[in-house]
Design a protein around this ligand. Structure first.
Ligand SMILES: [Zn+2]
Length: 114
């Protein structure tokens, strides 16, 4: 095999916008593309000969196992707090302090931890 080593290229979501080396179109940040280490250029996934290689996520949190579950948990928890406080403006904080998370919300937290 005379091909370049696999590490020479990386499929990832771009941290910064780039321009495709092959067709010259702009590739916005966070869009999946192929990064070529040797030339420090990027190209569209459309030019990739190995579409079976999974996309590696270059962003910080995205793609971390459990991250999406954690976000869903926080979204649900925040929504619940807003609802309780809206319904009970005076004692909402007290109610939140003494009551447990409902099972459906707690399950998302379990997923985030696991
Ligand atoms: Zn291109």
């Amino acid at each position: 095999m005379s091909n370049a080593s696999p590490a020479a290229e990386k499929r990832m979501r771009l941290r910064f916008a780039g321009t495709c080396r092959v067709c010259g179109i702009d590739i916005p940040a966070k869009v999946a593309a192929v990064y070529e280490r040797s030339t420090k250029t990027v190209r569209c996934l459309a030019h990739d000969e190995r579409p079976d290689v999974p996309v590696v996520d270059g962003s910080l949190d995205v793609g971390t196992p459990g991250a999406s579950a954690r976000r869903e948990f926080e979204r649900r928890r925040d929504g619940r707090e807003r609802r309780v406080r809206a319904r009970h403006p005076r004692i909402g904080s007290f109610m939140l302090a003494v009551s447990d998370e409902p099972q459906s919300t707690a399950a998302w937290n379990t997923g985030a931890l696991g």
